[in-house]
Design a protein around this ligand. Structure first.
Ligand SMILES: NC(=O)c1ccc[n+]([C@@H]2O[C@H](COP(=O)([O-])OP(=O)(O)OC[C@H]3O[C@@H](n4cnc5c(N)ncnc54)[C@H](OP(=O)(O)O)[C@@H]3O)[C@@H](O)[C@H]2O)c1
Length: 294
């Protein structure tokens, strides 16, 4: 990659939680950082904090909601009016729901935010990613160990199961990312996946009994304790693998890999590499976007 101060880095969901802490670390390298989020008030507060704490004046806010195809396209358009090049795109914005929910486009919400949005944003930003000659995309995963993709359950067709539906959507995202890495390699754009580790954030603090399937409900008090507000301490720790993946020269020319919370390369579940599984996911994306997935 180019020198840190010449880089432009976009972090979706960079106005709170792990994304904000990732933006903090990346802004400290001197890069220009564009953080995105839905809420302008929260966004402006985050931008002010980022500038004050890092001393980097080149932190900008771009408002956008990635839960719909129109929202992703509008965000991409807003970003491309701000910059002619993007060196690093961190697809960090994610969704964890306690109740079944559908997006503006009528899609299961985990699929919409955690799978379709990173795919669509990468495609929509391809011209500005290609402009650098060696851009990188970092997709943020969740869940514990890499787990299997069930192609018959991409949008929770077998029933909504809260945390398990979230975890499965991240497995689907991992498989999608492997397909995307192959597609974008000829354009000089790499795609890697990072697991940040667990942190107390709005996402984890909002977890309720209805979001925990079956016997897992018994673990709610433990979750509450584990994810008690710590003023961003655990989010800062969790952000370390994202900061590493977005800034290290070790990943120059590296694509289609998965790195755990310690930035250690680990294998994904075999279904993530399965071309047939990938085809099913891309077909679902294509159908959801009315054929405009690529
Ligand atoms: N927290 C954990 O323990 C954990 C563990 C593993 C993986 N992860 C992953 O790490 C990533 C960040 O998680 P987090 O816990 O930091 O989440 P969070 O605290 O809920 O993230 C908040 C950030 O995302 C933005 N955001 C939320 N929904 C959005 C949407 N539809 N469109 C655009 N921006 C949106 C928020 O701003 P607005 O609210 O203003 O939009 C804010 O900037 C996610 O991909 C998550 O799955 C988290």
């Amino acid at each position: 990659m180019t020198n840190a101060t010449e880089r432009t880095v976009v972090i979706t969901g960079g106005t709170g939680g792990i994304g904000l802490q990732s933006a903090m670390g990346i802004a400290r390298t001197g890069a220009r950082v564009l953080v995105t989020g839905r809420d302008r008030g929260r966004g402006e507060a985050a931008q002010a904090r980022l500038i004050e704490e890092t001393g980097n004046e080149r932190v900008q806010l771009v408002i956008g909601d990635v839960s719909s195809v129109g929202g992703v396209d509008a965000l991409a358009a807003a970003l491309t009016t701000r910059t002619e090049r993007i060196d690093v795109l961190v697809n960090n914005a994610g969704y964890l729901g306690n109740e079944p929910s559908t997006s503006e486009d009528g899609l299961e919400m985990h699929f919409a935010v955690n799978v379709l949005a990173p795919w669509r944003l990468a495609q929509a930003l391809l011209p500005v990613l290609r402009a650098t000659g060696n851009a990188r995309i970092v997709n943020i995963t969740g869940g514990d160990k890499p787990a299997a993709v069930d192609v018959d359950n991409l949008m929770a067709e077998k029933g909504f199961r809260g945390l398990m539906t979230y975890t499965h959507s991240k497995s689907v995202m991992e498989s999608m990312s492997m397909a995307l890495s192959r597609e974008l390699e000829p354009h000089g754009v790499s795609v890697n996946i990072v697991f940040p580790g667990r942190a107390s954030t709005n996402m984890t603090r909002s977890l309720s009994s209805s979001g925990l399937p079956g016997a897992m409900k018994l673990m709610l008090p433990f979750f509450r304790l584990f994810f008690a507000d710590d003023g961003g301490k655990s989010a800062a720790k969790a952000a370390r693998s994202t900061i590493w993946a977005a800034t290290t020269s070790d990943l120059d020319g590296v694509t289609g890999r998965y790195f755990d919370t310690n930035s250690k390369e680990t294998k994904l579940h075999p279904t993530a590499y399965d071309p047939q599984v990938q085809r099913c996911i891309l077909a679902a994306i294509e159908q959801a976007t009315g054929g405009g997935a690529t």
